[in-house]
Design a protein around this ligand. Structure first.
Ligand code: ADP
Ligand code: MN
Ligand code: MN
Ligand code: MN
Length: 403
C-alpha cells in the first residue's frame, strides 16, 4: 500500500499540467491514499451533480416522452446516441419513428450523402432520465439506398435467427471490461509501476484487491431497471477488470441487451469520471485480456441427452475456425491476435480446441453440463469488444444452418 501511494504521488506530480491541479492533487494525496484521487482529473466528476437533480424534480407534460436512440458507429464497436422527445407513449417499436443522423461524422457515410437511417429495434426503460416513460431505443442503421450499413451486423443476425427459430437458440454473454483512469492507466494501478501479480483479485474483496465496486453495483441496478436480462457480476483476474453477464435469453435479446448494457456502463462511468475500455488486451504481459465468452444452447441441447447436439455443434465449429475468428472482433481477428495467445486462460487463435471444464480452449463444456449430459457450451473466443450480433450470427449459421 505504501509503495502504491508513492507511485501515485510521483507520477501525478510529473503529469500535472496546471498549478491549480497540482495543489488539488497534493491536498488529496496528503489526506488520503486511494486510487480514487485520480477521479478529480475528470471534468465530469468536478461538476456539481445536485444541480441536475433540481431540474429533474420539475413536472414535465405527461404525454411527452424522452427517447434516447442508440446505434453502433462505423468502428463497429463504439456507441452513439441522440435524444428526441416523442408526443405519445410508445407500446412497441412499431410506434417509434425512424430517424436519421449525419453518417459522415460517425465513419458511416460521405459528407455529400450523409443522411443515415436509424430503425428502432428494441425498447428499454431509461435509468438516466427522470420520467417513468422515458426510454432507450436500440436501433440499427441503413444507408440512403435502404441497405444495412457496413457496421450493421444486426440485420443479417435477424435473418439467421428467423431461419433457426424452431431450434429456440439461447445466448448468454459474459462481458469483461477494464476501468481506466483518465490518464489511460488501469483504474487504481500505481501510475509508475504495477500491482502485485495476478492471483488475489478474481472475485476478490478488499480495498487492496478491487477498485470501483460502487460503479459495478450501480450498473447492475440500472440494467435491471432498464429491462435487461442481467445475470451477475464478478471482479476479474486483472485488477481494475470486471465482468457482468446477460442471459440466457432467446434469440436477439441477449445481443440487444449487451449493447444497451454497454451504453449504461459507459454512462455511469462517465458520471464517476472513470473510463471503460473494451479493449481485449489493455495491458501487455502477464495480465489477462478481456473477452465476451458467449454461451449457446438450443432446445435439443437443453433436453435430456442434449450432449449429442452439443457435440455435433462443436464438430461443426471445429471446421469453421477462420469464419469465427473474423466474426469475433471488430477488426476481423486483429484485436484477438493480441489476446488469444494460448496462455492466460485463452486458446491459440489459429487452432480450434475444446474440452470439459478447460479454460485454455476455444470451446468449453462446463463441468455441470457434462455431468447432466445436457445444457449449453461456452465459446471463449469472442473478444470483449466484439459485436454480439456478429457472434450470434456466426454461431447460428455454423451450428444450426450448416452454412
Ligand atoms: P463462467 O465464468 O464460469 O464461464 P458465468 O457464470 O460467468 O460462467 O457465465 C455463464 C453464462 O452462461 C451466463 O451468461 C448465462 O446467461 C449463460 N447460460 C447459462 N445457461 C445457458 C443456456 N442454457 N444457454 C445459453 N447460455 C446459458
Ligand atoms: Mn464468467
Ligand atoms: Mn471472466
Ligand atoms: Mn466464461
Amino acid at each position: 500500500m505504501a509503495l502504491r501511494c508513492a507511485g501515485l504521488f510521483l507520477s501525478k506530480e510529473l503529469s500535472a499540467s496546471s498549478q491549480i491541479a497540482k495543489q488539488f492533487r497534493q491536498l488529496h494525496i496528503s489526506t488520503a491514499c486511494a486510487g480514487s484521487n485520480f477521479l478529480k482529473d475528470s471534468p465530469n466528476t468536478a461538476l456539481d451533480k445536485s444541480i441536475l437533480e433540481r431540474y429533474r424534480k420539475l413536472e414535465t407534460p405527461a404525454n411527452r416522452v424522452q427517447a434516447t436512440y442508440l446505434w453502433i458507429d462505423g468502428t463497429g464497436e463504439h456507441i452513439r446516441l441522440k435524444d428526441r422527445v416523442l408526443d405519445k407513449i410508445p407500446t412497441s417499436v412499431n410506434d417509434l419513428p425512424k430517424w436519421q443522423y449525419d453518417g459522415s461524422s460517425t465513419y458511416q457515410a460521405a459528407g455529400e450523402n450523409s443522411d443515415t437511417i436509424l430503425a428502432p429495434r428494441a425498447i428499454y426503460r431509461d435509468p438516466f432520465k427522470p420520467g417513468q416513460n422515458d426510454i432507450i431505443v436500440m436501433c440499427d442503421t441503413y444507408n440512403a439506398d435502404g441497405k444495412p450499413t457496413k457496421s450493421n451486423k444486426r440485420a443479417a443476425c435477424q435473418a439467421a435467427i428467423e431461419k433457426a427459430d424452431a431450434e429456440e437458440p439461447w445466448f448468454g454473454i459474459e462481458q469483461e471490461y477494464t476501468l481506466l483512469d483518465v490518464d489511460g492507466r488501469p483504474f487504481g494501478w500505481p501510475a509508475n509501476g504495477y500491482p502485485a501479480p495476478q492471483g488475489p483479485y478474481y472475485c476478490g474483496v478488499g480495498a487492496d484487491r478491487v477498485y470501483a465496486r460502487d460503479l459495478v453495483e450501480a450498473h447492475a441496478i440500472a440494467c435491471l431497471y432498464a429491462g435487461i436480462d442481467f445475470a451477475g457480476t464478478n471482479a476479474e483476474v486483472m485488477p481494475a477488470q470486471w465482468e457482468y453477464q446477460v442471459g440466457p435469453s432467446l434469440g436477439m435479446k441477449a445481443a440487444d441487451d449487451l449493447w444497451v448494457s454497454r451504453y449504461i456502463l459507459h454512462r455511469i462511468a462517465e458520471e464517476y469520471g472513470v473510463v471503460v475500455t473494451l479493449d481485449p488486451k489493455p495491458m501487455k504481459g502477464q495480465w489477462n485480456g478481456a473477452g465476451a465468452h458467449t454461451n449457446f444452447s438450443t432446445k435439443a441441447m437443453r433436453a435430456n441427452g442434449g450432449m449429442k447436439a452439443i457435440e455435433a455443434a462443436i464438430e461443426k465449429l471445429s471446421k469453421q475456425q477462420e469464419r469465427h475468428i473474423r466474426a469475433y472482433d471488430p477488426k476481423e481477428g486483429k484485436d484477438n491476435q493480441r489476446r488469444l495467445l494460448g496462455a492466460l486462460e485463452t486458446s491459440s487463435i489459429d487452432k480450434f480446441s475444446w474440452g470439459v471444464a478447460n479454460r485454455g480452449v476455444s470451446v468449453r463444456i462446463p463441468r455441470g453440463v457434462a455431468d447432466a449430459g445436457k445444457g449449453y457450451f461456452e465459446d471463449r473466443r469472442p473478444s470483449s469488444n466484439c459485436d454480439p450480433y456478429a457472434v450470434c450470427d456466426a454461431l447460428i449459421r455454423t451450428c444450426l444452418l450448416n452454412e
